[in-house]
Design a protein around this ligand. Structure first.
Ligand code: NAD
Length: 323
């Protein structure tokens, strides 16, 4: 039986990860350390197998608690999702991003470093974002590109990546960093673009879009991200960084119009796109992200399985039922 520490497992990607592991792997126990911020939802994991899963409500910044958990469970590995993640909030209230995303990672690394002195095989996978590369006006970001984060969120994630890498170089911990593009799928908080659009269409409320809606994001269905994490976890080279993306670049306006069209078709409504309303752009907004995933594709043979069309259909169906 292997025991993994999953941090932030009550959030969007963590929840999908826990469900995937519990449904697909035997002989694994997951301990989910999550302090259930506004973004965490304990109801996400109702119904999972509680012989194989336990929630510990606590903060990754609480070093005594983190030390206690490592002692108690002797973790084989750590999958680190916990973070503050909403860019808009990082502009209004950045302090919490510095605390959880930087200090929290530092705490985890300190405890992990001590733990691995005796448990040399233990691994840590640090889940990060393509936003660390900043605006990509041409081409695609690859793993050797410099970091140029634009928002306090992106800067806090960039700092955490640097911390992880420094512990790999200096203390030789077994850690790997993943930088993934924009995820979408079930269980995402309603403040994010796709769930917010679906909710507002359902409630016939305006759909606010920043600027002219011409910012480009590179989208990936959450289960493709999780499959990539699984592959990197088992076959990735520790000490390395892997970009993860599915080559689905879309302007926000095109994405929102596509969601309107799909919902109109599914529910028999019409002209949901009339709900779109353009609002003043946020400061520091990057125009475009685009991620180059050649490394994971060529070295680890990972491929995304969900087309944007298929992923959007599944996501819309899930939200129409759950909202
Ligand atoms: P989320 O906001 O949905 O969930 C974050 C979870 O972390 C929540 O359950 C929250 O309660 C928990 N958390 C926050 N601070 C904590 C703390 N101090 N201690 C313990 N738990 C804490 O986030 P998400 O979208 O699932 O993202 C998960 C990870 O993936 C993040 O590290 C994020 O940077 C990264 N990522 C996200 C995306 C995306 O598109 N959502 C893309 C690339 C990378």
């Amino acid at each position: 039986m292997k025991t993994y520490l999953v941090t932030g497992g009550a959030g969007f990607i963590g929840t999908n990860f826990i469900k995937y592991i519990l449904n697909n792997k035997d002989e694994i126990q997951l301990i989910n350390l999550d302090n259930i911020t506004y973004a965490g939802n304990i109801n996400n994991l109702i119904g999972v197998d509680h012989n194989k899963y336990k929630l510990i409500k606590g903060d990754i910044c609480d070093i005594k608690l983190v030390e206690k958990l490592f002692k108690e469970y002797n973790f084989d590995s750590v999958v680190h999702f916990a973070a503050e993640t909403h860019v808009d909030r990082s502009i209004d209230t950045p302090a919490e991003f510095i605390r959880s995303n930087i200090v929290g990672v530092f705490n985890l690394l300190e405890v992990f470093k001590e733990f691995t002195k005796k448990n040399k095989k233990a691994k840590l996978i640090h889940i990060s974002t393509d936003e660390v590369y900043g605006d990509v006006l041409k081409g695609r970001s690859n793993e050797t590109d410099p970091y140029k984060p634009s928002s306090p969120y992106a800067a806090s994630k960039a700092s955490s990546d640097h911390l992880v890498y420094s512990y790999v170089r200096t203390f030789k911990i077994n850690a790997v960093i993943t930088n993934c593009s924009n995820n979408y799928g079930p269980h995402q908080h309603q403040e994010k673009l796709i769930p917010m659009t679906i909710k507002n269409i359902k409630e016939k409320k305006q759909i606010p879009i920043y600027g002219k809606g011409d910012s480009v994001r590179d989208w990936i269905f959450v289960l493709d991200h999780i499959n990539a994490i699984d592959i990197i976890f088992h076959n990735g080279q520790y000490g390395e960084t892997y970009n993860i993306g599915a080559n689905n670049e879309l302007e926000n306006i095109n994405l929102v119009e596509e969601i309107c069209k799909l919902i109109d078709k599914k529910t028999g409504t019409s002209n949901s796109k009339d709900l779109i309303s353009f609002v003043t752009d946020r400061p520091g907004h990057d125009m475009r992200y685009a991620i180059d995933s050649n490394k994971i594709m060529s070295q680890l043979n990972w491929r995304p399985k969900y087309s944007m069309q298929k992923g959007l259909e599944l996501t819309i169906d899930w939200y129409l039922q759950s909202l």
